[in-house]
Design a protein around this ligand. Structure first.
Ligand code: SF4
Length: 290
């Protein structure tokens, strides 16, 4: 599905894509995690009812695709229900999972029409992969990649380069041998644990944040993208999604990001930009965990 951000009659880009950033809980503790998720993370203040309302409002606003992300979205107790609701609304769904543990219920869901899967991978060598994820996760993720391919579930895998010596070429070859056809390559983004303790810097964003896409986080904050959670422009606990998307705060932040975002964040030599080169867009090779 191609996600197209046309302009509304007011000249604002129509939001076609939404990240549902469900949780900060994750089995892993990756060194580059852009929102510092991990085993101690929580699910935030959004209730199941709140998330369902966000999906209903998103559909009414013209959203055509959502990505469930976190943290590990499959650890959120309401995620299966939310995914099913999005599909029932006719919204395309991508679930961005570390594929460490996939229950029978999730395998069943992943085989529904309109849903696809994305994951991150680091190396063909378990020790190198595990050193990045902070847990012995390589074998499980690899096995579940194989299983997803065997089920014919649409899958894209992002190889994230955290240093120049990493076996990214070998990782790509291994994924190709496993039958994965959509493989992206990118670098760690300078946020969360990858920031080295520095304040978030908008120049690390790609510049397209908020143009046709927004993110809703575990506390209900709406931000221009999944990386820019600190730039909240409203909260769905007290304001409708439509009002936030059309509000002046959103317009101001869009302009501010455009003026300061790094021109080099998307690097054609290591990344493969495509028409929808936006982190998380289902048709894009630009991967949100990078
Ligand atoms: S990068 Fe993804 S898998 Fe790794 S800790 Fe963060 S949320 Fe979990």
């Amino acid at each position: 599905m191609t996600v197209i951000a046309k302009s509304s009659s007011a000249g604002l880009p129509i939001t076609r894509f939404l990240w549902l950033d469900l949780t900060r809980k994750c089995q892993l503790a990756c060194t580059h995690c852009y929102n510092s998720s991990g085993p101690d993370g929580g699910h935030g203040t959004m209730t199941r009812r709140d998330w369902l309302a966000v999906l209903d409002q998103a559909a009414a606003c013209g959203v055509r695709a959502v990505q469930f992300i976190g943290g590990e979205p499959t650890l959120h107790p309401d995620a299966p229900n939310l995914v099913a609701h999005a599909l029932d609304l006719g919204i395309n769904v991508e679930v961005y999972s570390n594929l460490v543990h996939v229950s029978t219920e999730w395998w069943r869901l992943f085989q529904r029409d309109g849903i696809s899967l994305a994951t991150s991978y680091y190396s063909d060598q378990a020790a190198e992969h595990n050193a990045i994820t902070g847990r012995p996760s390589h074998a499980r993720t690899r096995a579940n990649i194989e299983k997803a391919v065997s089920f014919g579930i649409p899958l894209r895998v992002g190889i994230i380069a955290t240093d120049d010596a990493q076996r990214v070429t070998e990782a790509r070859r291994e994924l190709e041998a496993l039958g994965v056809t959509r493989i992206g390559l990118d670098h760690a983004r300078p946020f969360g644990r990858a920031s080295g303790g520095r304040e978030p810097d908008p120049s690390g964003l790609c510049g397209n944040c908020g143009h046709g896409a927004v993110s809703v986080g575990p506390a209900g904050d709406v931000s221009p993208c999944v990386f820019s959670g600190w730039m909240a422009v409203g909260n769905v606990h007290d304001t409708s999604l439509a009002a936030i998307l059309g509000g002046t705060a959103m317009e101001r932040v869009r302009a501010s990001i455009r003026s300061t975002a790094s021109q080099g964040i998307c690097q054609p030599d290591i990344c493969e930009p495509d028409h929808w080169c936006k982190p998380g867009y289902p048709d894009s090779g630009c991967n949100p965990r990078y």
